[in-house]
Design a protein around this ligand. Structure first.
Ligand code: SF4
Length: 271
């Protein structure tokens, strides 16, 4: 399958605090022209693409339902905007197949991001089954650093985060200014932040969008095979959309959405 582009990992450099402040102010100013948080997600995506092109990208894991909505809207509103896909090397075959079928169906510009270490190299350097001994380090090596490098230089990052996905995401806003560890300021755009799970599925069904078949087999969301389990037998109170990830561990996020620090204080929720 050649519908995606492989990318290597790049190191990023820090920048001066005054540069960070200028970047933040520039983003705040652009936000004054943004559609309100209550606007249709398609309008929000289109604004982000038109405002930040060519320094905008979306991300999608081809695991959860929300990512399918973002991929579909992107294909309709801004098909030139790249869709970043973190390929840890440990994903379900169904996830890879879904990625390839969406590329074929919608002509998405998927960028396949791979960690700098192959699974074998990681095992050789850090020992076997790092995900069992130190899942935070494993996620950092295979997800966070590669994504951070892929986002280097971008001004807008469109995601499928929603407030109703889990307690850790309950404060998600449509527009968030984030500071990366190297000082880069990026506008995180979460067009579905206000959507409920039912709205996501209504959209998927009404638009006949392919989705990961494992979601019909007891999985609530999908990450790496080593750290995702079927949770059809989980108690109802544990059935949030992130249930089944790192089961039995005190870990609920891989770090992709926690490595950066949200710094803006402007609340646009009232708009
Ligand atoms: S989800 Fe598990 S296997 Fe995948 S990168 Fe994180 S710890 Fe490693």
């Amino acid at each position: 399958m050649s519908g995606y582009i492989e990318t290597d990992n790049r190191l990023s450099v820090s920048q001066a605090p005054e540069q960070e402040e200028m970047q933040e102010l520039a983003l705040q100013e652009l936000l004054l022209q943004a559609p309100p948080e209550s606007a249709a997600p398609q309008d929000i995506i289109k604004w982000a693409a038109d405002t930040f092109r060519p320094h905008a990208a979306a991300s999608c894991s081809f695991g959860g339902a929300g990512g399918m909505v973002i991929a579909h809207m992107l294909a309709r509103c801004a098909p030139d905007i790249p869709l970043l896909f973190i390929d840890t090397g440990f994903l379900f075959p169904e996830t890879y197949a879904l990625r390839d079928s969406l590329i074929a169906k919608y002509g998405l510009r998927v960028i396949n991001i791979v960690p700098s270490l192959t699974p074998e190299e990681q095992a050789s350097r850090y020992g076997d089954k790092l995900w069992e001994r130190d899942p935070d380090l494993c996620c950092t090596l295979r997800k966070v650093i590669p994504m951070q490098n892929a986002l280097y230089g971008l001004k807008a990052w469109i995601t499928s985060l929603r407030r109703d996905q889990s307690p850790t995401r309950k404060n998600t806003r449509v527009y968030e200014i984030h500071r990366f560890p190297d000082g880069q300021m990026t506008l995180k755009v979460n067009p579905l932040a206000n959507w409920r799970r039912e709205e996501v599925w209504d959209y998927i069904i009404s638009q006949d969008i392919p989705y990961n078949p494992l979601l019909n087999r007891g999985y609530r969301s999908l990450g790496c095979t080593h750290c995702t389990q079927d949770c059809s037998s989980c108690p109802a109170e544990l059935q949030d959309e992130r249930a089944g990830r790192w089961a039995g561990r005190n870990k609920t996020e891989c770090g992709l959405h926690t490595f950066s620090k949200q710094i803006d204080r402007l609340s646009r929720l009232d708009q």
